[in-house]
Design a protein around this ligand. Structure first.
Ligand SMILES: CC(C)(COP(=O)(O)OP(=O)(O)OC[C@H]1O[C@@H](n2cnc3c(N)ncnc32)[C@H](O)[C@@H]1OP(=O)(O)O)[C@@H](O)C(=O)NCCC(=O)NCCS
Length: 190
């Protein structure tokens, strides 16, 4: 679909945080998007890309946003992608998604994942359905604390190869269990 030529996408700035917060949380009540606090949006505002359009009066109207979260060189995740209802169907969603995929490319991250209720939308952008167990970083980041953990209706999807490693683990594991280093090796004594 040809986009509205007046749509522009750019990396979010802190002054976009309020619009992002309002829009993302307008769809968190029914579980379409994860709820994000204002503090969390501000802290992670550099993950976000926004779509804007110039009005005939010369104002910039905010159309929507999406975020790319980097887990590491092995995996990134598209999060919080949403266009205001009155601006859907203009191509803004695709422009944001393309920008987020290009951003992952810039970081040389080949595996990009997401969880969604609308897999068809993402299929036409190169994503395919995956087993959620193949994405432990996503599970440990969000799912374990999600109220819908045992009633999740989202589909896991990946673009590119499945990640071969993970960096996150269960949060309730005690720190000593995570530390693998032999203390004797640290001092060099036996
Ligand atoms: C999904 C969403 C971001 C798409 O944004 P958009 O700006 O309306 O999408 P576009 O105008 O760029 O549409 C591009 C194409 O995707 C298709 N599409 C849009 N929404 C779709 C959906 N829900 N399911 C399947 N295809 C969809 C369009 O028909 C269009 O197809 P075409 O290129 O063949 O004409 C937007 O509908 C939205 O905000 N939805 C609610 C939030 C949501 O569910 N986000 C996903 C969370 S993982």
């Amino acid at each position: 679909m040809a986009s509205d030529p007046n749509i522009r996408v750019h990396k979010a700035r802190l002054q976009d945080a309020q619009d992002i917060y309002d829009l993302v949380n307008s769809l968190s009540g029914d579980g379409t998007l994860l709820r994000r606090s204002y503090a969390e949006i501000c802290e992670n505002v550099r993950d976000f890309t926004v779509a804007i359009r110039a009005t005939p009066e010369g104002e910039q109207e905010f159309l929507g946003c999406g975020a790319l979260h980097l887990y590491g060189p092995h995996l990134a995740e598209v999060r919080s992608i949403v266009i205001k209802p009155e601006f859907r169907g203009l191509g803004a969603g695709d422009e944001i998604l393309e920008a987020l995929i290009a951003e992952a490319d810039e970081h040389k991250v080949l595996s990009v994942c997401l969880f969604t209720r609308i897999p068809d939308y993402f299929t036409h952008n190169g994503f395919r359905v995956a087993e959620r167990d193949a994405l432990p970083d996503k599970i440990y980041k969000d799912c374990q604390t999600c109220p819908r953990l045992y009633a999740c209706d989202e589909v896991a999807m990946v673009r590119g190869p499945l990640p071969k490693v993970a960096v996150l683990g269960p949060r309730d594991v005690q720190r000593p269990e995570l530390v693998q280093i032999n203390p004797l090796q640290l001092t060099g004594t036996r």
